[in-house]
Write a protein that binds this ligand. Structure first.
Ligand code: GDP
Length: 192
C-alpha cells in the first residue's frame, strides 16, 4: 500500500523534547545533503519538508508519521553548517544527542551522504558515534543522479566498508532512484 507522511510534531528545544511511543527512524546528514528533498520525494509532495532554499528555515527536529505503517521518520537538523555560531552548534549537538541517546523506540538512523563527496569528517564522526552507542546505521547516498555509474559503485563500496559491510542505498530525489529500496530498508529496520 502507498505510504503517506504527515508532520505531527516539531521540536525546537529541550523543553518540548518528548517523543511518541512508536518505532522511529531518524534522518541525519550535513546541511544541504538533500534531506528535505528526500523526505518530499518519499511523501510524494513538494513542500512537506522545507528545503535549504526556503527563506528563514529554522532548525528543529520534525516528526513525520508514516501511515499506514505506524512508525515515524524523524528529521534531525543538518550538521556541519559552518556559518552557525559555536554556541548555536553546541546547543543543537546537545539536542540531537538528547534525542538519540536512551531512546528505546529508535530503530536506526539513516545517515545521508552526498554521493559526489569523499567521506567528510563530520559524517565519519556521526557514524562512529552512532555505532559506539549501538544504534543501527542505515547508509543513504544522495543526489545519485549527479554521479556517474562508476562513481556510484565506488562510493557504495567505500561506504559499505565504513558501515561494517552493509551497502548504502543510492537515492535520487530528482529521478526517484532508490525509492522502493529505501522504504524497504526503513520497514525492515522497524521489523515490518
Ligand atoms: P537539506 O539541507 O539536506 O534539507 O537539502 P535540500 O533538500 O534542501 O537540498 C539541497 C540542494 O540540493 C537543493 O538545491 C536541492 O535541489 C538539491 N538536491 C537535493 N536532492 C537532490 C537530488 O537527488 N539530485 C539533485 N540533482 N539535486 C538535489
Amino acid at each position: 500500500m502507498r505510504k503517506t507522511l504527515h508532520l505531527e510534531k516539531t521540536i525546537y528545544g529541550q523543553n518540548d523534547l518528548t517523543v511518541p511511543e512508536a518505532p522511529q527512524i531518524a534522518l541525519a546528514g550535513r546541511s544541504n545533503v538533500g534531506k528535505s528533498s528526500l523526505l518530499n520525494r518519499l511523501a510524494g509532495r513538494k513542500q512537506l519538508a522545507k528545503t535549504s532554499s526556503t527563506p528563514g528555515k529554522t532548525q528543529s527536529i520534525n516528526l513525520y508519521r508514516v501511515d499506514p505503517s505506524g512508525y515515524y521518520l524523524v528529521d534531525l537538523p543538518g550538521y556541519g553548517y559552518a556559518r552557525r555560531s559555536k554556541e548555536e552548534r553546541a546547543r543543537w549537538a546537545k539536542l540531537i544527542e538528547r534525542y538519540l541517546t536512551g531512546n528505546e523506540r529508535l530503530q536506526g538512523v539513516a545517515v545521508l551522504i552526498d554521493c559526489r563527496l569523499p567521506p567528510q569528517q563530520s559524517d565519519l564522526d556521526m557514524v562512529g558515534w552512532l555505532r559506539a552507542e549501538g544504534v543501527p546505521v542505515l547508509g543513504v547516498l544522495t543526489k545519485a543522479d549527479k554521479c556517474t555509474q562508476r562513481d556510484r559503485q565506488a562510493q557504495k563500496a567505500r561506504w559499505a566498508a565504513l558501515l561494517g559491510g552493509q551497502a548504502p542505498v543510492l537515492f535520487s530525489s530528482v529521478s526517484g532512484m532508490g525509492f522502493e529500496e529505501l522504504w524497504r530498508l526503513f520497514d525492515q529496520a522497524v521489523g515490518l
